[in-house]
Write a protein that binds this ligand. Sequence first.
Ligand SMILES: Nc1nc2c(ncn2[C@@H]2O[C@H](COP(=O)(O)OP(=O)(O)OP(=O)(O)O)[C@@H](O)[C@H]2O)c(=O)[nH]1
Length: 137
Amino acid sequence: MAASHGAGMMGAAATSDYGSSNTSLDRAGDEQEDGSNFEYGLDDVDEDASGPGDMKPTIVLMGQKRSGKTSIRKVVFQKMSPNETLFVESTARVTSESVTSSFINFETIEFPGQMSPFDAALDPVSPCARCGALLFV
Ligand SMILES: Nc1nc2c(ncn2[C@@H]2O[C@H](COP(=O)(O)OP(=O)(O)OP(=O)(O)O)[C@@H](O)[C@H]2O)c(=O)[nH]1
């Protein structure tokens, strides 16, 4: 008697769960149709407010001198042939560059290896505040 009563409650609970999961699936489907959950990059409103260059995702390159920071930047983001990096000059100052040829626009900031990146003369705070990824070579 008690067992059949319990089974009846389980059946009712199962039916209830099935119904609620259907409802949540319907809601998820509505969100996909809106497209609001799958947008890449930053909102247009933010870009207009602060200028297009200010809010770009930023990759910061740091590391020892002659370790290959500029070479990585040139080969990966500018399609330079690896052989040509033999003639790349040493970076003397903080160098920032916009990359627009990728599927997402972003900025690279390279610190010269011959100076400490935390030297106050290089103003490390601003690039580090914007840093989305740090590449230390
Ligand atoms: N063998 C070898 N040489 C490399 C590699 N990557 C870069 N180089 C060479 O190392 C030298 C220095 O490379 P850069 O890219 O100028 O190094 P960097 O870290 O930017 O140097 P700084 O600007 O002085 O800090 C160049 O002659 C490159 O050709 C590598 O993966 N293997």
